[in-house]
Design a protein around this ligand. Structure first.
Ligand SMILES: Nc1nc2c(ncn2[C@@H]2O[C@H](COP(=O)(O)OP(=O)(O)O)[C@@H](O)[C@H]2O)c(=O)[nH]1
Ligand SMILES: Nc1ncnc2c1ncn2[C@@H]1O[C@H](COP(=O)(O)OP(=O)(O)O)[C@@H](O)[C@H]1O
Length: 187
């Protein structure tokens, strides 16, 4: 398969988008497009690996395919970041909020393969964020943000254009991911 494609992982915070992006890299060698953000680095996060961490001054200097304000911070995905991942592999992944996913779909059309990641019991998202090590005050702000609440449901613009992955049981999610990837290689 030579045509370039990008798996767009979207859905609410804590649903498992980053975990799936890591699995795609480790199991399938699918590189992640690194995006830019002005939010503070969390413990364990590495600049250039998890995000390019930017200041309010440096953030506007990049060339964005799309950018959003999410919670308290700015986030943006650059054309250069996408090209860099595509140089490594014709298949890449990117983690975006649903607004970014809509933009990616409208710009890249069938090159964007949207996966909406969610869980059945949405009340469990808070527990996952706390267990991930996020500061409790940050978790509260995140859960109260309009963007978080918006991303709890699949937007109508993405309905019919997205795979829905219910990430309750990690092993089952891995099996679903494997099935999707194997299927894509025959299409
Ligand atoms: N549109 C868009 N969303 C992004 C970008 N980078 C990250 N996001 C999304 O921004 C939201 C907040 O990300 P983050 O602060 O890492 O928190 P998390 O969702 O709790 O892991 C998530 O929904 C990410 O998918 C980007 O470049 N563009
Ligand atoms: N199926 C699962 N069951 C329980 N915990 C999970 C599952 N998938 C991911 N997690 C954990 O939940 C937390 C949030 O996952 P993460 O991938 O960071 O979500 P997101 O990128 O969507 O915000 C992490 O600590 C992760 O290890």
């Amino acid at each position: 398969m030579s045509e370039k494609r990008v798996i767009v992982l979207t859905g609410p915070a804590g649903a498992g988008k980053t975990s799936i992006a890591t699995y795609l890299k480790e199991k399938w060698g699918i590189p992640q497009v690194i995006t830019h953000t002005t939010r503070a680095k969390r413990t364990g996060e590495v600049d250039g690996v998890d995000y390019y961490f930017e200041t309010e001054e440096s953030f506007p200097k990049n060339h964005y395919l799309e950018s959003v304000h999410y919670g308290q911070a700015n986030y943006g995905s650059s054309i250069e970041g996408l090209e860099k991942a595509w140089q490594e592999n014709s298949f890449a992944s990117i983690v975006l909020d649903t607004k970014g996913a809509e933009t990616y779909l409208s710009v890249l059309k069938e090159q964007a393969w949207v996966w909406y990641v969610t869980i059945q019991d949405l009340d469990k998202l808070e527990k996952r964020l706390v267990e991930r090590g996020d500061h409790e005050s940050e978790v509260k702000k995140r859960l109260n943000s309009a963007e978080f609440r918006r991303d709890l449901t699949l937007p109508k613009e993405l309905a019919g254009h997205a795979e829905v992955l219910v990430n309750d049981e990690w092993q089952l999610t891995c099996q679903r991911v494997d099935t999707l990837i194997k299927g894509s290689k025959h299409s």
